[in-house]
Design a protein around this ligand. Structure first.
Ligand SMILES: *Cc1c(COP(=O)(O)O)cnc(C)c1O
Length: 391
């Protein structure tokens, strides 16, 4: 097979892993140090302090050398017991995978389904909790930003619905594709466990994941009976007090995490969120100008980290993506689960600027033309007009 040679940078516009900034790559490219030596403790404490700012919490955050899926498992096994009932919102592919993990762990989920075109429904959550007068439901599990659909759930409204139902369930939230891109407040929304990963908004390679833990979740771990060893928070929290880890940490990834956290805090979280909102709006304007449909049907649930775009009936999103990769050297996200071949996903999160967005949208518009997908011209022009007019 002949391989096309592409000059210039590859455009990695999938919604994670995202482009890793040079400053982070350089930080990772340093000699590994003794993880029990004096320098390491200082590094650990600095990283943990910066992470708390990014999660918007005063409480502890733990770091696992694992993909986001590992941190899901940690969230469940540290807080729940076999046979416990949990309420899970099936808003898309990632929510479904989390649901399947819960079942495999011996948890009994009650599912709240959506049409994968909007986020979780706070009213449905409130109703389910209000009906549970015996308080059998131990936790509510919600994916903040459903990466398969480009729909973001309103965690503030989910919290308000739980409060209105006066229900004591824990709130567990997956922010793997929203932390560091979309406003997220662990403490203010009284989330009990926040799950996050390194390779999306945090601008790192894949390989680290996180749990931010409330006092209530920490209390639940004392009685939670699901088997856990590696994922147990307690030895981790004990070692983290002095900046160390109970086992060998991903030292070089932590160098990268320190650099990435500093970058987010230097830019300022509010500016980071505004930048993502602006790029998402420019992208949606391009999609509408093309005459294509955005998968998210509720503007209140638009994701600022990615946009999933539906291709017209009778056309293949995967063929379009293959054309764009081969001709223009850009990777776009594929459709997952029931959206396979029906949507393509444009990632606009992480280390990203206006010109990169225009390159991305330019690649999509050229691809639509090259692949023969019916569309109108002018998407890129619509994005230019928006970006130039809104500093
Ligand atoms: C990427 C992603 C996951 C999966 O994380 P891994 O790092 O692949 O284990 C889970 N949930 C959401 C919302 C994601 O975007």
């Amino acid at each position: 097979m002949s391989q096309t040679y592409h000059s210039g940078r590859h455009f990695l516009q999938i919604p994670g892993p995202t482009n890793v900034p040079d400053r982070v790559l350089r930080a990772i490219d340093l000699p590994t140090i003794d993880h029990r030596g004096p320098d390491f403790g200082r590094l650990g404490l600095e990283i943990l302090a910066n992470l708390r700012k990014i999660f918007q919490t005063e409480g502890p955050v733990v770091i696992y050398p694992a993909s986001g899926t590992g941190a899901w498992e940690a969230a469940l096994t540290n807080t729940l017991s076999p046979g416990d009932t949990v309420l899970m919102c099936r808003t898309g592919w990632f929510a479904t995978l989390w649901n399947e993990m819960a079942v495999r762990l011996g948890i009994t989920p009650i599912f709240l389904d959506t049409d994968w075109r909007r986020g979780a429904d706070p009213a449905a959550i409130g109703e389910a909790l209000a009906g549970d007068t015996a308080h059998r439901i131990k936790a509510v599990c919600v994916v903040h930003n459903e990466t398969s659909t480009g729909c973001a759930s309103r965690i503030d409204e989910v919290r308000a619905a739980m409060d209105a139902a006066k229900h004591p369930a824990l709130l567990l939230v997956d922010t793997i594709s929203s932390l560091g891109s979309i406003d997220y407040r662990h403490d203010a929304w009284r989330v009990d466990v926040t799950v996050a990963g390194s390779q999306k908004g945090l601008m790192l390679p894949p390989g680290l994941s996180f749990n931010a833990i409330s006092a209530k979740a920490l209390a639940a771990t004392e009685t939670a009976k699901l088997p856990r060893s590696y994922w147990d928070w307690r030895p981790m929290l004990e070692a983290n007090k002095t900046g160390y880890f109970p086992y060998t940490p991903g030292t070089n990834m932590l160098y990268g995490l320190n650099a990435a956290s500093q970058m987010l805090l230097e830019e300022g979280l509010d500016n980071v969120f505004a930048r993502h909102d602006r790029h998402a709006e420019a992208t949606r304007r391009a999609v509408r100008a093309w005459g294509l449909e955005i998968q998210c049907a509720d503007p209140r649930h638009y994701s600022s980290s990615l946009t999933a775009v539906r291709v017209p009936e009778g056309h293949s999103a995967d063929a379009l993506r293959a054309t764009i990769l081969e001709r223009f050297n850009m990777s776009l996200g594929n459709g997952l689960g029931m959206l396979k071949d029906r949507v393509f996903r444009i990632g606009h999160l992480g280390d990203f600027g206006d010109l990169q967005l225009l390159g991305t949208l330019g690649g999509v518009e050229m691809g639509l033309r090259a692949a023969g997908i019916p569309h109108k011209e002018g998407g890129v022009q619509a994005a230019i007009a928006y970006l130039a007019g809104n500093a």
